[in-house]
Design a protein around this ligand. Structure first.
Ligand code: CAA
Length: 215
């Protein structure tokens, strides 16, 4: 498949996906979703791949669902058409996924990062659920996942005020596993993924499967 919204590479035993809509700060539109889920499912079925890294650009992991695509939607159509349901395919991936986040991870961007198994953040990362400022609510699982990861008080603060959390606060709160200098982000994420991919694939997948229900 020819990808227009993402860059897909294989780095040894790691599947590497870079969101690539720089002019829209990697806003997550339907075309990007189709490409991302296709690439993930191809890595899933490739026996040589043991782990996956998803990253964005220096400025933005992803600035959210694509507001321009969303703004023509009517509530009833979005609801009955289950507009965001395609994102369930990301959470169905059984191989480990690491989100390598620099810059903005907002709205759906923060939610995509949280769909991954862990997040490595650059010191430039900024996380937020600003949907409330647009008159909508987190639609891709953010309200539930953020609450589980950072607890009630911070999740309410983030979702109700729309404020952003920097990388240090995100690490303190348990949202991200580690913070690294921005220029080392991809290298560190690939190193972690290579390490995972060096282990027994079935055991890695079983480990992910058994940790998930505890979340
Ligand atoms: N959707 C579509 N386009 C977006 C976008 C988004 N979520 N975020 C940024 N862009 C576009 C801007 O429209 C702009 O495009 P143009 O040059 O064509 O106008 C381009 O990206 C650059 O953005 P800015 O000029 O705004 O860049 P900035 O550096 O001044 O600000 C920012 C960066 C603070 C991230 C700001 O772009 C912003 O606030 N973006 C929106 C963030 C947001 O509200 N996200 C939630 C979306 S709703 C959602 O995600 C629902 C859900 O739960 C799934």
């Amino acid at each position: 498949m020819a990808y227009e919204n993402i860059i897909v590479e294989t780095r040894e035993k790691v599947g590497f996906i870079q969101l690539n809509r720089p002019k829209a700060l990697n806003a997550l539109n339907s075309a990007l979703l189709t490409e991302l889920t296709t690439a993930l499912e191809l890595f899933e079925s490739n026996a040589r791949i043991g782990a996956i890294v998803i990253t964005g650009s220096e400025k933005a992991f992803a600035a959210g669902a694509d507001i321009k695509e969303m703004q023509t939607l009517q509530f009833a159509d979005a609801y009955t058409g289950d507009y965001f349901s395609g994102w369930e395919r990301v959470t169905a991936i059984r191989k480990p996924m690491i989100a390598a986040v620099a810059g903005y991870a907002l709205g759906g961007g923060c939610e995509l990062a949280m769909m991954c198994d862990f997040i490595i953040a650059a010191d430039t990362a900024k996380f937020g659920q600003p949907e409330i400022t647009l008159g909508v609510m987190p639609g891709m699982g953010g309200s539930q996942r953020l609450t589980r990861f950072v607890g009630k008080s911070k999740a309410m603060d983030m979702c109700l005020t729309g404020r952003m959390m920097d990388a240090n606060e995100a690490e303190r709160s348990g949202l991200v596993s580690r913070v690294v200098p921005a220029n080392e982000l991809v290298e560190e994420a690939l190193k972690a993924a290579q390490k995972i991919a060096s282990f027994s694939l079935p055991v890695v997948m079983m480990t992910k499967e058994t940790v998930k229900p505890g979340l």
